[in-house]
Ligand binder design. Sequence first.
Ligand code: NAP
Ligand code: GLV
Length: 311
Amino acid sequence: MLLVRVEGARTRQAWCDLLERMCPGLAARPFDAPEVRPEEVRYVLTWGPPPGWLAGLPRLNAIFSLGAGVDHITADPSWPSHVPLVRMGGEEPGQRMGEYLAWACLTLLRHGRTFAIAQAERRWDYKVGEDTARDLTVGIMGMGSLGAAAVPMLRGLGYRVIGWSRSRKALEGVESFAGAEELDAFLVRSDVLVCLLPSTPETAGIVNAGLLARLRPGAGFVNAARGGHVVVPDLVAALDSGQVSGAVLDVFDPEPLPAESPLWSHPKVTVTPHVASVARREARARYVAEAILGFEAGGPLPNLYDPARGY
Ligand code: NAP
Ligand code: GLV
């Protein structure tokens, strides 16, 4: 049996119907169905389960995260870390993240926030910048699967793309920087810094005053990873001083972004509600169904969380 634990009774049932259709022989149930007996549950598909819930399922083969990030599961100190934890993957999340990053970089380049404010005030605010995308370098901090998927789209627009990760990458047309010792060389080359890091103890608060000061003056910033990567007062100070010219932020800590946050009304900040890469239910269900069918046939599970790395 597979249990679905996501928001909304109708949504849970829709997931169950899809998964049963795509995975013959699988019984998929909403987590709160009366017939569920914890010892019969082999798989879970979830986002943000309450602490302690997973620990109450004693015979799990695998936990599927509804997203690529798994911090919403590993934040529970009692989560059964001996159970394989599968991160969401497949082609569609990369396509969607690439689209979001292309839009974010272009909205920074073409003054999207300035024009949105001017339009709301019925003001003709004529503004054409000097640069085109061909003049700019996008630095992707966290050049993993989503970053790699975005590369061809950004390069197609004319941007140069560089990446920073723990291990060195060989991606066509992308200069790769690796490890803490190469972070400064990466930052100084970035006209637009994109954060796509996983949430780990090493990456918490990484976008702080010190890091922002090492960017090219007037750089743009895009955060499509997790809110905890950014020290918000430091970002606001860098925006106010002009060290950072604009920011597009999709993720926050906490979410939803509280009404009193200065980010909502900042004239250089575009806020989106954690929508950068939300793949269609069908695409995600197919990914889960194929993983289960492969596993039941004796194959390995894909895209596993690695406790040693923390992502
Ligand atoms: P991924 O494939 O695991 O890539 C993570 C990248 O970060 C890897 O390149 C990794 O380096 C690098 N990294 C990790 N820790 C590092 C460190 N301490 N220093 C330098 N580099 C480090 O993950 P992904 O699938 O691309 O997803 C990335 C994140 O995006 C997720 O964790 C999630 O938080 C976020 N996300 C957001 C949305 C949204 O809608 N906003 C949607 C999906 C995902 P190595 O390659 O060397 O391991
Ligand atoms: C969304 O934030 C994800 O981790 O997929």
